[in-house]
Design a protein around this ligand. Structure first.
Ligand code: OGA
Ligand code: NI
Length: 345
């Protein structure tokens, strides 16, 4: 363990158990509709998966399958380049977009390197988490020179993923008894981000994590992954860490904090983490679908009443996100903000 920096070592209670166990996994949902599978059935499957797991996989999602091969090749080629080349597109505290190799989750360093880009270029977020500070910062994409097709592949995939995000939001709205377009207005100036994750082989997979346990802050996340595996979901029924089995051509979907609040906890944002292994590198590609920065997030009025009063006070999405992201760059003295800080009951 001599060669591994202490910053990567997880507290004992957060270390993963690496023995593989066969347990019931997250649901797999076919998004296609046919004579025998109507939209009602699909909507109820989505609703059950959101309620019971907060996580599911989808097939027949409409994202052209050749794009998965393309993003995998683009990612591998980029991360294989020398560090001097990758740091030419390095992110900084002003523009948090680009390459980054020392992310922290809950104050422990993650065993990974990442490349981020925004789906809308430019995107706007608050410059700081301070409530009085009205300044915005501009997020602009930085594109590496290699591979030459990198930018085009990213943009092509992102366009398809964005379409799928809206489709899933519609299904989720219907499953809550809302009109299908109920959420769309919150995404007019969305701040969605796509991330390339590269998890290199790790000499001490029992002590470190690729991503420490966390919840995603946005509305929903769509993850493409290769066949290595490593994502684990904390099962709602008993708190057991359940591995997500990579399924060919499927995407992993999870509900984020924003939907937890909008749905007044009908659906919860579930904790997840990524374990690494000593043999194989892994690539994964989340698209985080974040609302516009100015959206005030609160339980939807249609979903609250006297019997079921609002469980959260409203918060500004951009400020929340700015506060959450503070811990990504450096070790903070305290745990950063979570939606439970806005909980009323
Ligand atoms: C994340 C995340 C999952 C994965 O980046 O927030 O949860 O499989 N990633 O890489
Ligand atoms: Ni996540």
């Amino acid at each position: 363990m001599g060669e591994v920096d202490q910053a990567f070592i997880q507290a004992v209670e957060n270390r993963p158990k690496l023995d593989t166990i066969e347990i019931e996994g997250i649901p797999l949902i076919d998004l296609s509709i046919s004579d025998t599978r109507d939209i009602k059935l699909l909507v109820s499957e989505i609703g059950n998966a959101c309620k019971n797991w907060g996580f599911f996989q989808v097939i027949n999602h409409g994202v052209p399958l050749e794009l998965f091969t393309k993003i995998n090749i683009a990612a591998k080629t980029f991360f294989d380049r020398p560090i001097e080349e990758k740091t030419k597109v390095k992110r900084d505290e002003v523009n948090s977009i680009g390459y980054h190799e020392s992310e922290h989750t809950k104050n422990v360093r993650d065993w990974k390197e990442v490349f981020d880009f925004v789906l809308k270029d430019p995107s706007f977020l608050p410059a700081s988490h301070e409530p009085e500070d009205k300044e915005l910062k501009t997020l602009r994409n930085r594109w590496p020179e290699n591979p030459p097709e990198f930018r085009e592949v990213c943009q092509e995939y992102a366009r398809e993923a964005e379409k799928l995000c809206y489709k899933l939001l519609e299904l989720i709205a219907l499953s809550l008894g809302l009109p299908s377009n109920r959420f769309h207005g919150y995404f007019d100036d969305h701040t969605a981000l796509m991330r390339f994750n590269h998890y290199p082989p790790c000499p001490c997979p029992e002590l470190a994590l690729g991503v420490g346990r966390h919840k995603d802050a946005g509305a929903l996340t769509i993850v493409a992954e290769d066949d290595v595996g490593g994502l684990q979901v904390k099962r709602k029924s008993d708190g057991v860490w359940v591995p997500v089995k990579p399924t060919p051509n499927a995407l992993v979907i999870n509900v984020g904090d924003t939907i937890q609040v909008w749905s007044n906890e009908a659906y919860e944002s579930v904790e997840h983490r990524v374990v690494v292994n000593s043999e194989r590198e892994r690539f994964s590609f989340p698209v985080f679908f974040f609302p516009s920065h100015y959206v005030m997030v609160k339980p939807l009025e249609e979903l609250v009443n006297e019997q079921n009063p609002a469980k959260y006070r409203e918060y500004n999405f951009g400020k929340f996100f700015a506060a959450r992201s503070r811990g990504d760059y450096k070790k903070l003295e305290v745990e950063n903000i979570q939606i439970r800080d806005f909980k009323i009951i």
